[in-house]
Design a protein around this ligand. Structure first.
Ligand code: SF4
Length: 468
């Protein structure tokens, strides 16, 4: 292990075919090690990233202003109707509220929201400070529901209560509270050939791409959780015949809850990479048991794979043999990315997640080449040490990993909240390949190496960090 690794972190890091291989590869799902500067987000952030893309909901952050600004418009989710969700409202708690309580500010904020926007759905996020001072937010929610006739849900998400995955679960519980209160007398019968897509946040319009595939297959998407969803769409979701779960890390809990409450079966899928996308569409057609959908899925996959392969093919000689490092939020995406890099003739030398499960890490280990570093809940020092050791050519991650890659002179691909080009589906696989090539083969890395070596040649000068 490199010197940069803290003793308490060693159980969360493994090498394929290294010591301990064959058992569960890494310890995961635990609280972050104090002082390790985890890349993981807090509980509140986990809850907000899941709920934020509900486009006509109002998101009120009960806490200091920093919590609200940290998560303002946190995803690049696109919307077809309301843009209300792009706002970030805060009760802006200060020292005075710590002493005297923040309920009056909260009541005033809820009243103002009703008067100015009259939303049907309001989420109040109780952050760290509220967890400490103990404001009775539930009472304000009840009061506001009876006074203003809107749904008001308290998302009790103090950041210190666990880690990001707990926030996912709290968000799923909040959604269940909303969709379980169906109007008396409403039609509850399942709609044949109708599904929900869970764990797609419509980043760069990806949910629309997937919905178009299903439409062509003759399958209707009732609700996407939560990309481009609305209160009305959420309320119609309980009549689906199948729940299709893309990001299982954030939405498996909701899928299980909907199965228990509404009897909707669910299946895991992935729409990243050609093979995973084709397998997922075929699987959904099979589960719906409709021959027409099966035939249409087969034709769609054949056509789209041929078209996407032609788009990818010119890049293959430029990427073959390159080495990728992956550090993303959930296990499903890491697994799909490993497969995608293999399709491109690239190897994965490092793979890690913020919230992967033991089951995810077993699949990751099985897919890994010998020597691959597998790590859970990494920090920048670990990523730097292993990327240097393994000579990674590109890092796939999110906004928090980007500066690290650039400082190391390593190419970067944003596969997280802020991505601008859709990376899901068949067309997304072409965009992904193009983006990886643009970054890996950019002339900027050569210029950076040259500059680093010039600095190193000067007596007494430490040059900017260059690639290993
Ligand atoms: S850790 Fe606490 S204070 Fe920081 S953003 Fe999360 S909820 Fe707010």
């Amino acid at each position: 292990m490199p010197d940069a690794i803290l003793e308490e972190r060693k159980g969360s890091i493994a090498r394929k075919d290294g010591p301990g291989a064959g058992a569960a590869p890494v310890s995961c799902g635990k609280a972050s090690v104090s002082g390790a500067v985890s890349q993981r987000a807090c509980v509140f952030c986990g809850a907000r990233v899941v709920l934020n893309p509900i486009t006509d909901a109002f998101h009120l952050i009960h806490g200091p202003i920093g919590c609200a600004s940290y998560t303002w418009d946190i995803r690049g989710s696109l919307a077809s109707e309301s843009e209300l969700f792009r706002n970030s409202y805060s009760t802006d708690l200060t020292e005075r509220d710590v002493v005297f309580g923040g309920l009056e500010r909260l009541r005033a904020a809820v009243r103002e929201i009703h008067l100015t926007h009259a939303p049907k759905l309001l989420f109040i996020y109780s952050t760290c400070l509220v967890g400490i001072i103990g404001d009775d937010v539930d009472s304000v929610c009840r009061e506001a529901e009876s006074l203003y006739g809107m749904r008001v849900i308290n998302v009790k998400a103090p950041g210190f209560a666990g880690h990001k995955a707990m926030g996912y679960r709290l968000a799923c519980e909040a959604i269940m509270k909303v969709i379980s209160r169906r109007p008396a007398g409403s039609d509850r019968s399942p709609i044949p050939m109708a599904i929900n897509v869970l764990g797609d946040y419509n980043l760069a319009g990806e949910a629309w791409i997937i919905e178009n595939y299903f439409r062509e297959m003759g399958v209707r998407v009732l609700t996407t959780f939560t990309g481009d969803s609305t209160y009305e769409k959420l309320m119609g979701s309980a009549r689906a015949s199948l729940n299709v779960v893309q990001c299982a890390g954030s939405m498996a809990y909701l899928a299980r809850s909907m199965e228990e409450t509404f009897g909707i079966p669910w299946v895991r899928v992935s729409f990243f990479g050609l093979a995973d996308t084709a397998n997922s569409l075929t699987k959904v057609a099979d589960l719906l048991g409709d021959d027409g959908a099966r035939q249409r899925a087969a034709a769609l996959c054949q056509r789209e794979i041929a078209s996407a392969s032609a788009g990818i093919e010119p890049y293959l000689p430029l990427l073959r043999g390159k080495k990728a490092a992956i550090f993303v939020g959930g296990g499903f995406k890491a697994i799909s990315l490993m497969r995608q890099f293999r399709e491109l003739g690239m190897g994965t030398v490092l793979v890690g997640t913020q919230t992967g499960t033991a089951e995810d890490y077993e699949v990751i280990e099985a897919l890994s080449d010998p020597g691959t570093v597998i790590l859970d809940d990494a920090n920048p020092s670990e990523l730097e040490a292993f990327m240097r050791e393994k000579g990674a050519d590109v890092l796939v991650g999110g906004v928090k990993e980007r500066p690290l890659a650039f400082k190391l002179g390593v190419a970067f691909c944003d596969h997280n909240h802020e991505r601008k080009a859709p990376l899901a589906g068949f067309s997304g696989a072409v965009n992904f390949t193009r983006e990886i090539n643009l970054s890996i083969n950019s002339p900027v890395w050569g210029a950076l190496r040259q500059r680093a070596s010039l600095f190193d040649a000067l007596p007494g000068q430490a040059g900017p960090a260059g690639p290993a």
